[in-house]
Ligand binder design. Sequence first.
Ligand code: SF4
Ligand code: SF4
Length: 294
Amino acid sequence: MKIVVASGKGGTGKTTVTACLTRVLSGKLTVVDLDVEAPNLHLFLKPEITDTQTAHMTVPQVDQALCIHCRRCSEICQFKAIADLGEVLLTFPELCHGCGGCMAVCPEAALTAGRRALGQIRRGYAGEVAFIEGRLRVGEAMSPPLMRAVKATVDAYLDTATATVIFDAPPGVSCPAVNAVMDSDLVVMVTEPTPFGLYDLELAFTAFNAMGLPMAVVVNRSGRGDEGVDQFCRREGLPIVGRIPYERRIAEAYSQGQIPVDVVPGIKAVFRGVGAALKRMAGGAKRPVEVDHA
Ligand code: SF4
Ligand code: SF4
């Protein structure tokens, strides 16, 4: 079962929710930080890293002696990653999306597969929980290729039919967030009961609903703000599976790198309820019993 914890905007408590879920979900559990531009789940879980690998993507490299300057490669490239200057062919690896089209159309085999470093994939354990994270190389513009490499690592090491995997997605609804959510079994959207939280929840719902995935909502900082998020969820049939109360002690735990479930009384019960609801949803029940305001 693949559960993705996502949010329409940053700062809603997505990583806190992910960390708390690792404390309450039973069975064989793996947690994956897919927020590769700013991975910080490790600050909560403090895993022991046992393996670090550099991930690469394939980019073309040119043999100038073989090139006849037919321009087929520069014409097929949709990303302006190849330029034919007449006497020399230039490639721009940082613009390349790795589709391989240029190498496929070259009639002289002047283009061959080189590689560009995307970042690192780190694996380890936080107690009994397996931990995997991607760390984008500083200066690398595109995060989806590294995210796909991280997901491939998960698939290589795990039978996701029997194991539970929680993915901490990047915030927002652009390409990286969509890459994180696609091919998951369940999306948990973390929001807050404010006009800003509602606006970004609506964006996330619009983006992820198009994929036909089961979705649930966790409301963070519940007890403040307004009723907009509740009204939206009722209208769209989105189950609210947990409400994390607005409490100073939770913010203090966060600021000290502690997992609220470990140190704040009453929070474990909240997340036990969230975990049970998610398991029911993943098992086919689309509408778990909703929780009252905390
Ligand atoms: S692999 Fe694709 S994106 Fe990269 S240079 Fe070739 S055609 Fe362009
Ligand atoms: S397709 Fe091959 S031969 Fe033609 S310009 Fe590109 S590298 Fe040169």
